[in-house]
Design a protein. Structure first.
Length: 123
C-alpha cells in the first residue's frame, strides 16, 4: 500500500472504531507506540510489538468510554510519515469524570505498514 492509502485507512478506521482490524491489517507486527507520558504507573509510555499494542488498547478500553471522537484528514510529510489530529471526550468508567482531549498522532510507515506512532497532547 502507498503512504496515502495507509494514511487514509488509519483515519477511516479510527473514525469507524475498527481499531482491532486497523492493527491487524495496517500495522507491522513489530510496531512501536509512544505516548507523551505513561497514563498508568504500571505501564511504560512506549509499547513495542503487536501484543503490547493490543494490551495498551485493552487497558484504555477498560478504563475509559470514548464520546464525541473527531479524526482529521491525514497530513502527509515526505515519503514515510503522516500526522492526524484526534479530538475526543474521554469519560473515566469508574468515576464518571470527563476529560476533553486533543492529540496529534505522528505515524511512520515502512514496507506498507505503520511501524511507529507517537502521540503529543497537553496535560
Amino acid at each position: 500500500m502507498t503512504l496515502d492509502e495507509i494514511a487514509n485507512a488509519v483515519v477511516e478506521m479510527n473514525r469507524s472504531g475498527e481499531l482491532d482490524a486497523l492493527l491487524a491489517n495496517h500495522y507491522s507486527p513489530d510496531c512501536v507506540s509512544v505516548e507523551a507520558y505513561s497514563m498508568d504507573p504500571s505501564m511504560s509510555a512506549e509499547s513495542k510489538g503487536m501484543e503490547a499494542m493490543k494490551a495498551k488498547h485493552a487497558w484504555w478500553d477498560s478504563m475509559m468510554e470514548m464520546r464525541d471522537v473527531t479524526v482529521s484528514d491525514p497530513m502527509i510529510h515526505g515519503e514515510d510519515r503522516f500526522a492526524v489530529i484526534f479530538g475526543m471526550t474521554a469519560v473515566e468508567k469508574q468515576s464518571g469524570k470527563e476529560h476533553k482531549m486533543q492529540e496529534v498522532g505522528i505515524f511512520t510507515v515502512a514496507d506498507g505498514k505503520v511501524v511507529r506512532e507517537e502521540f503529543f497532547y497537553g496535560r
